[in-house]
Ligand binder design. Structure first.
Ligand SMILES: [Zn+2]
Length: 75
C-alpha cells in the first residue's frame, strides 16, 4: 500500500464529498415535477430538445408512473 492508513479516511471523505456534489448537480439537471405523482421525480431517458421558441428543455419520462416530464433548462 502506498497510501498510509492515516491518509485513507481523509481521501475517502474528499471523494465522498466530490461524489455528493456531482450527484446534486445531476439531480438539479434532471429532476422535474410530475403532475401525476405530485412530486419531483428524476427523469428517465432525459433528452435535450429545443422548443419552437428556441428555448432548450429536457424531455423525459417519470420512473414511477411513466408520464411525460418536461423541464426548462435555466440559462
Ligand atoms: Zn409520475
Amino acid at each position: 500500500m502506498l497510501v498510509s492508513t492515516f491518509c485513507v479516511p481523509a481521501l475517502l471523505l474528499a471523494a465522498e464529498r466530490l461524489i455528493h456534489q456531482i450527484d446534486q448537480r445531476r439531480q438539479d439537471m434532471a429532476q422535474a415535477y410530475c403532475v401525476k405523482c405530485k412530486e419531483k421525480k428524476e427523469m428517465k431517458d432525459a433528452t435535450e430538445v429545443t422548443t419552437k421558441n428556441g428555448r432548450p428543455m429536457l424531455k423525459g419520462t417519470c420512473p414511477t408512473c411513466g408520464g411525460k416530464l418536461n423541464l426548462f433548462i435555466k440559462k
